[in-house]
Design a protein around this ligand. Sequence first.
Ligand SMILES: [Zn+2]
Ligand SMILES: [Zn+2]
Length: 396
Amino acid sequence: MYNPNKVTESIREYHGELTEIRRDIHQNPEHAYKEHRTAALVVDRLKAYGVDEVHTGIGGTGVVAVVRGKLGESRAAVGLRADMDCLAMNEETSVLWKSKNGGFMHACGHDGHTTMLLGAMKYLAKSRNFAGTVYGVFQPAEEGAAGAKAMIDDGLFVRFPMKAIYGLHNAPWVPLGKMAVRNGAMMAAADQFEVVIEGKGGHGGMPQFVCDPIVTASHVITALQTIASRNVDPADSAVVSVCAIEGGKMTTYNVVPREVKMVGTIRTYRTETQATVFARMQQIVETTAAAFGAKGTITLRKGYPATVNHPREAALSAEVGREVFGHDNVITEIFPNTGGEDFAFFLQAIPGAYIWVGIQSETSFGLHHPCYDFDDRIIPTGAGLLAAIAEKELSQ
Ligand SMILES: [Zn+2]
Ligand SMILES: [Zn+2]
């Protein structure tokens, strides 16, 4: 009964229609929690496809579609997720479906993810070749504003209990025609820090009367480099990047400022490593500053947690993927990526897997690049993968 190839072949029949939807969403990008037109388009399509129920306004602009299978009674359910939001940046492509909203752009391919989930839901609503319920989860605000968490906080898993959730992201670092999934971390925890070094300002020509926050900050920055190299297990990894530094004036040549500020990002894959990095950063900032007679303070802000796949669901994704993409086209030996992803919140709440679908070709640009455009060629396989995973999870 369950045949992933057939699923993809059926969805291939809507490739033209889905490509139009994708380009329509691309042309009308909407930012975090403002995905009103996109959500309305999703609802309109879902109703036309004949899904059983459509729920709106979950976690802001989130939408959940419900499709029940025809293969007998079952209380089992799975979720398939897509993100709907765009980025606040200017598009520099020359495609006909270029963004009409100046300053906003689908530079991460969420237009494609939304479209592929629509394709999967259309197929599932038509075939209903499974036992149980499939929830199509269309989330807002993936880019930095934690739309996944907003949906969970709004009762997503209470109102729609599911045994597992799956999501995919197009990946310019995976070749077109292939997919990648691994057990464990796929994406990193992305945290922020802010450091203030407070010294005593004064005459640049009379250093004996000042406590120089610039020299102190330089030592702090150098010492921070030792966290990844000296405190983290070489088989694990961490990133500590100072990304901005501010102190003094570029027009003043003889004044030592009183204060230097810097901000940056931290990436880790494991909570233990995250705790180590946080503790070492605090120690380095405070004690290095103290060694120079200055005062160092650090504020650490947790962002998205690491996106960590569950073993069973990662294996199931790879198994289904081998049918959809071909036996040699599923990569499981791949390094996690140091980007952040709020699918992490779903994977902290329930089992599931996050999958990369390759778009790397001679013409592809990186995610968040002003010339990036989603590759419509992956619509049938991406949608097919999601639908086939649901069928596999809910097969009798
Ligand atoms: Zn992104
Ligand atoms: Zn993205």
